[in-house]
Design a protein around this ligand. Structure first.
Ligand SMILES: Nc1ncnc2c1ncn2[C@@H]1O[C@H](COP(=O)(O)OP(=O)(O)O)[C@@H](O)[C@H]1O
Ligand SMILES: [Mg+2]
Length: 245
């Protein structure tokens, strides 16, 4: 990747200019961060596993009619994707109460919401990704109300699809974060990654935590947990093409 033009180095991925002007290479790093970058570690293999999980999930979503930036794999930790103008909002769905939401509402960890909740966060490391609402989003020109409504609907649709996929894998989709952007033809597309870095995933039977909370809380090796997620997705989606495990 060294001869490529660097576009952006993030906390978990690096973006390089792709072969066409509206394409990018997304390289999945082993860097693992939590608490807005305060906790940091390099965890061997994490990038490869997240690349594989993301690739499988994006392919599954595309198959089910969700437009995503995913084009094709390039090597064992890089995808080629459509370059998007990313909307600086994180779209979070919560099916079960866990994490920061416990500080905002009177429910206990593990509470099953009657219906999924969507939350919006302003994507800003400096400001610590504060929670915002649709009025902030429209008033500050982060995204038009029309696009926001379209993306909200898409986010619920992704939740429906992913909940059912993970359920078949014996995994509860507790919550997750999505990012969307606009491509060169003005289409709204799902971007970024979907992996145990951006989702909370619990084993259905044992309630074993299989996501980044293991790293946040210093509860063991995330690679073993992420591999379990990958193996189950590969089995469910019949994909053994690049088995790591
Ligand atoms: N298709 C895309 N086009 C342009 N930017 C993207 C695309 N997909 C994801 N991004 C952006 O690339 C960055 C990915 O790297 P990451 O390490 O997650 O960064 P960050 O530290 O900002 O979260 C994110 O800022 C994300 O918004
Ligand atoms: Mg990120």
């Amino acid at each position: 990747m060294s001869d490529l033009t660097l576009i952006y180095e993030g906390k978990a991925k690096t973006l390089y200019q792709g072969p066409a002007s509206d394409e990018i290479f997304i390289y999945f790093k082993d860097d693992t961060t939590a608490f807005n970058g305060e906790k940091k570690e390099i965890i061997t293999q994490k990038g490869e596993i997240n690349f594989q999980i993301s690739r499988l999930i994006f392919k599954y979503l595309e198959k089910n009619g969700v437009k995503t930036h995913y084009l094709k794999p390039v090597d064992e930790r890089t995808i080629l994707a459509k370059k998007l103008d990313i909307i600086p909002v994180e779209f979070v769905i919560r099916n079960i109460a866990a994490g920061s939401v416990l500080k905002r509402i009177p429910v206990k960890q593990g509470f099953e919401f009657k219906s999924p909740i969507i939350e919006y966060f302003y994507k800003s490391d400096e400001m610590g990704d504060p929670m915002i609402n649709p009025y902030h989003i429209e008033a500050c020109n982060l995204c038009s109300m029309e696009n926001l409504m379209t993306i909200t609907e898409k986010t619920f649709r992704v939740n429906h699809l992913l909940k059912s996929l993970f359920d078949k894998c014996g995994i509860i989709l507790v919550d997750f974060k999505l990012e969307f952007g606009i491509d060169s033809q003005n289409n709204i597309m799902l971007g970024d990654e979907i992996s145990p870095d951006s989702c909370r995933l619990w084993d259905k039977v044992t309630k074993e935590v299989l996501d980044k909370d293991v790293f946040r809380k210093g509860n063991g090796n995330i690679v073993d947990k992420y591999k379990k997620v990958l193996e189950r997705l590969q089995e469910e989606l019949n994909d053994k093409s690049q088995s790591l495990c």
